[in-house]
Design a protein around this ligand. Sequence first.
Ligand SMILES: [Zn+2]
Length: 498
Amino acid sequence: MSKDRLPEVLEKWEAVIGLEIHTELTTLNTKMFCGCPVAFGGEPNTRVCPVCLGLPGALPVPNARAIESTILAGLALECDISSWSQFHRKNYFYPDMPKDYQISQYDRPFCVGGHVDVEMDGAESVRIGITRIHLEEDTGKMVHVGGSEGRIAGATHSLVDFNRAGTALMELVSEPDIRTPEQARRFASQLRLVFLTLGVSDCNMEEGSMRVDANVSVRPHGQAEFGAKAEVKNMNSFKALHDALSYEIVRQADELEAGGTVAQETRHWDAGKKRTSSLRSKEFAHDYRYFPEPDMVPFTFDDDFIEGLRASLPELPDARRARYARAYALPGNDASVLSSDLGLGAYFEEAVEAAGGPEMGKAVANWVLGDFSAHLNAEALLPADSSVTPRKLARLVQLVGDGTISGKQAKAVFAEMVATGEKPRQIIERLGMQQVSDSGAIEAVVDRVLAANPEEVEGYRAGKTGLIGFFVGAVMREMGGQGNPAMVNEVLKARLGG
Ligand SMILES: [Zn+2]
């Protein structure tokens, strides 16, 4: 209900949104400060050692690849890379954190500044600033047992699994530049695509390897100072992010319009009930008693190191989209869709190559975005897992291009490819589908059809040119649907006179 009121609310109120995005560096082999493996799942408390359990005397050793991954992310997002950086201890007690402090970064993050230009349909892109990107270690996981649905309320006891504790966690903080839930959704999904492209994380939101928290406030349009903000947590999909922000903006505006105030607090998004609820008051800022991590020396990065990393950046999503549009002459939307899905983009490029090069781009894109995507959706497959390989699809596109089969026949062949995994040639032969492009054969059928329908021929010659469809239909029926449509049209028009 609140979502429908959002446009009306946004006319009166301006929303101010900043995001904090935590991304586990899941593609690393080991955790941030020890040699324990990084992997989702596993028997509880089997991927632990004295360092990530915080046992006395254990010393952390920083993971070089984690730092490089964070700097790569910063370079991709046009951040400034700090030439001098260090880790701090963030002190607080929570049972999922074995050391009672988290090694994080404070006033010396690896990356500062930077931005993302968020593409909006039919409108100018919106530039969202990035405040900082820093590196820290993840906590363990609490499992609340008993009670209902694993919620804390009603649980009889809690278990803790430290497998995740100490996993490298990259935190990106945006500027409060976001004004709508849709901008927030697109900003987060563009970041996800950048991280996937860099290969620093699997960014799986359901498994929690990418987690988005939002700070939201509203203020009357034109007011410079910010309103009191709520922090919204527990959004484990982009849709949840959009829904939670929409709900929260309307809730705050209603509160203020009723003469109330917005409490500065942390709120929990309940996707089932589609509402946020108060989790804890944030009136008192925590005193984390940050101090420099005494077990590690600070880091200095020289220009050679930073430029070396910059040179290793892969092609980023914006550049890929521009290349698709340019090299394959694709419309903007096709280029966007293909470049925003790494698997689909790779499939497309391989199919274009196999089909004969960039000039086949548009024809291949039509198949990849049409029948092929529908087939993936229907069977919940990734492009690489389909039995319709890029090479087979490319062959199908070629067979339409050279007139062997019609576009309509090709759709039937594609359906058979999905069902049987056969090559298009085999299917065409098995079903006797070859398109007839023999002009003599077509002329003979056309002549028969015209002779059998003298009234229609007279009508056509008297100006009822719409009858062409009738003749094409009759010829195609006679040919079992196998006549080359372009040639049938041509021969008919020649015989009927123009
Ligand atoms: Zn460990």
